[in-house]
Design a protein around this ligand. Sequence first.
Ligand code: ATP
Length: 737
Amino acid sequence: MSVESADQEEISREQKYFDVAWDARERSRQTLGGAAAAAVGGKAAVAVGRAAREHLDQLGDPDEAVAMGRFDSDDGELYYVGKRVIRDDEGELLVISWKAPGASPYFTATYDDPKGVVRKRTFEVERNRILSFDDVVFADLAARVDDLTALENEGIDDAVLRELDAARTGEMRDIVQTIHAMQYELVRAPLEQLLIVQGGPGTGKTVVGLHRVSWLLFNHADQLAPSDVLVVGPNPTFTRYIRQVLPGLGDHQVEHRDLRGLGPQPGTGRQEHPEVTRIKGEPRMQQLLMRGLVQRIRFPERAAQLDVGTVASFFRPEVEDALRRSINQASSYGAGRTAMRSWLTAATTARARRGTQASAAVIEAALERLWPSLTPQVFLRDLFGSRDRLLSAAGEHFTAAEVAHLFRPASDRVSDEGWSTADVALLDEADMLLTGSVTQYGHIVLDEAQDLSGMQLRSVRRRSRSGSYTVLGDLAQSTGPAARDSWDDVVTALRHRHPAAIAPLKLGYRVPQQVYALAAQLLPHSAPNVEAPQVVRIGPAEPDLREVPAGDLGPETVRAAREYAARGLFVGIICADEQRAAVVEVLNQHDVHYQDTRGGTLGASINLVGATDAKGLEFEAVVVVEPTSIAVEGAHGLRLLYVALTRTTKHLTVVHSGDVLPVLGQTQPLDVPSLQGNQKPPPKPEPGLDRFSADFAASLGSRLAEDIATTAQPRLWTAIVTALADELERRRTGRAP
Ligand SMILES: Nc1ncnc2c1ncn2[C@@H]1O[C@H](COP(=O)(O)OP(=O)(O)OP(=O)(O)O)[C@@H](O)[C@H]1O
């Protein structure tokens, strides 16, 4: 019998199994669909209906193949592995879920440690029809270990290469069938840790992080619900790009947010100087905001007494005494305000002039003069819009030049105020100070984490209930005002209860060898201590380098993009801001249909992407415009260029009038952390991370100390400062001083 006909017979045998499993799954679908439809009426029926619908969601798409692979164990059993579990009518397992512990040999078997697996079979399918299959027989591999190719050695087989050759669209897909053993170890790493995955471009960090979520939800269902998981990405385009992966794996309610949406008010695209962004990102901004908020609480200047309508009046000392008590007990600005309202209401009732009574509105008006009601937006607009407020909130922790950078004219209406991405983290901090609460999650995935500022990391941290995170990033792609050369400060900023570990991913799946060979020349200059990934495959073509006069950059770029698009490829044009206008002009001249990704979506054909916004994305063909312009965009331009050159799965064209690789100066050496990095003792808890009032009191103390020197009420302020110092001492030692 020929090999082909033997294979055909095997395919027919396997197809019978696939058909049986398909029938079983579809019978379940009908039963569950019936139960969901019939469940009308009381509470019990609603619960039954909900459970039936949840199970239906778990069954996946009717078009989905029942299994992606199988392994034969050395005890003679065969196990089919699929995206979801399938049982027959008697409850016998036909297909095990890839997330079940029983499926682990499928992913972890290697020739030198086959984990009891004799054969691993991967199916190529169209809907539920088997087209072909690939077998790995571990005993055969072990027998010819000296002849193993590098790919076989790394466990890269035809199924992986086929997957990598598959067409790309604007949506990331799952890689369940071909998860690599090293990736699988990260997918199933313990939940209770701060796990940082460091890996070069295209090593699968994002896709591994998402599969990890699905695996954790399946295996820790008692601790973690889908709505208890948050995935944070760098921008809306990226979030859209990845958002179908988890639903495709059966996990529907995981929350996806991007940095522009991680606060009470989304960023509105306000542009600002990188130096302003840098200052706004620094953790000392927390102190500035705190002091800025404390300034808002005070007895009205120059007033001798506080009138509550015509009902009652209070002299300064007793009001300030009440303010001090409210501040001392406050867990947030809002809670302190509530306490102050209670005092004012009771005190007004006690002192009401005969025959009068204060309405709630009158009390509120008096309270507003002492302790104004604020939203994060109003507070920040007022603070940034006043040099005086900024100067006194900045204290000695900011230079005059930095304060000048932070100042901006306030808009008349708060709804007209523009917000930058850096502002979002400040609004979030302000919201925390004002309300003392935020929705927390049991697990957070943070992608492209190498670029986050200190304030953005604080936003992420406060959303973590216990310190269980998957942090994904690449120091060699770290750019922007908060660029870093080490993960140390990220660990310090994020960690709380659980230990931290840094794990590498080393195989580069996305970028073909010929393209990576070009991009990798930047590494010694831009990130000398970061290890380059080992590329897993050779692409269809060498990079196409097109040198043109500067005036032809736009036309040549559009020509190259249209050539690729005409071949049905998914295309990204990546350029610096400096070149954008020229490219857009030519695209419009030629009536080219394209998608500007700043709108938050990827189009099916040609996309125009800024170099920074290209992070995390991939295309089948990329046209990089004028590398020298990208290399001067921001302080880490060479890293940005490295990002741009590593976005393609197949083809790369570089259109340039200057150098292709402008590697002139040397950069600072990088400190790449290792897995042993988790031996460090936990960082000391920063004040203010967990409780508002201790920090609040501390900053109030320093603010008031300044006031003692400058204002006319030294006696009272001294009393307040003393009381606050006592309070801090009590918190520190647990007893009254
Ligand atoms: N085991 C695998 N099998 C098949 N494809 C894979 C595998 N691992 C990664 N890939 C593919 O490689 C590409 C890159 O993956 P991903 O975007 O997760 O990488 P990344 O490390 O996050 O990249 P970047 O640093 O650029 O953000 C994707 O198309 C992904 O599907």
